[in-house]
Write a protein that binds this ligand. Structure first.
Ligand SMILES: Nc1ncnc2c1ncn2[C@@H]1O[C@H](COP(=O)(O)OP(=O)(O)OP(=O)(O)O)[C@@H](O)[C@H]1O
Length: 230
């Protein structure tokens, strides 16, 4: 589903990603784990087609990131905030117009499942931070995407909302879809993950099958992450 070959990205002289190579199969849930500034957002934005690259290659289902891949890659980041003046209905309509793969029935049912009891006429500016985050996640998940990129999906949320986010991802994403979750909150997402990629200062330190790694090290992924990042 995703092939990354010798990918490097620089901002001026600063190398944000340095010679990254890995492969992810269809249906895998992969954690991109690294501390702040390790290049996670740069990576996600590159795969989403928002950052051009000229070193290495990114192949999503055989294609370089382009308008076509944007149609089946669903990116959730802190940066794609919903304008505050919009109502829930406005943003729902926007997604219907914008994305061919947006399933409005799925969106409605996710909102019901997570008990967000808000009228569709409500403006985003009147929603709590947690509610807004859940709404953004629901929009992203309601796309029937082949590849979901969740960049710090738990950022700024309290424990209860974090659990809701994890459950919403588990309950609403098809097993055939591929998911990459970039985060430094490993304990919270660990149960979701099939594989982990460790990244530090733009360099990939390894890609591992989670079960193998837990067995090999006899400890949680979070503990191994802390050791690796020292
Ligand atoms: N637009 C930019 N211009 C210059 N440098 C940048 C830019 N965006 C990111 N960087 C730098 O590139 C490096 C990687 O940043 P990036 O945001 O990709 O990391 P991250 O792992 O997502 O961090 P965080 O978890 O804090 O968001 C950092 O050193 C950052 O300062």
């Amino acid at each position: 589903m995703l092939d990354i070959k010798k990918l490097s990205i620089s901002y001026g002289k600063h190398k944000a990603l340095d010679d990254i190579t890995f492969h992810i199969d269809k249906g895998e849930v992969v954690g991109l784990l690294g501390p702040s500034g390790s290049g996670k957002t740069t990576f996600m934005n590159t795969v989403a087609g928002l950052i051009p690259y000229n070193h290495g290659e990114v192949l999503i289902d055989g294609l370089n990131p382009n308008e076509k891949t944007k149609g089946y890659v669903s990116l959730l980041t802190e940066n794609n905030a919903i304008p505050k003046w919009m109502s829930v209905e406005d943003i729902r309509s926007f997604y219907i117009d914008m994305y061919d793969d947006f399933n409005e029935n799925k969106f409605d049912s996710i909102l019901q499942d997570i008990n967000i009891d808000i009228p569709y006429s409500e403006k985003i500016k009147n929603l709590s931070r947690g509610m807004t985050q859940l709404l953004r996640l629901s929009l992203s998940i309601a796309r029937e995407a082949k590849l979901y990129l969740f960049d710090e999906p738990l950022g700024g949320m309290d424990t209860l909302v974090r659990e809701q986010v994890i459950d919403t991802i588990i309950n609403n994403i098809d097993d055939n879809s591929t998911i990459i979750i970039a985060t430094h909150l490993i304990q919270e997402v660990e149960k979701l993950l099939d594989k982990v990629i460790f990244i530090k200062k733009g360099q990939m330190l390894g890609i591992h099958d989670c079960e193998d790694l837990r067995f090999q090290k006899s400890q949680s992924i979070e503990k191994t992450f802390k050791e690796v990042m020292k």
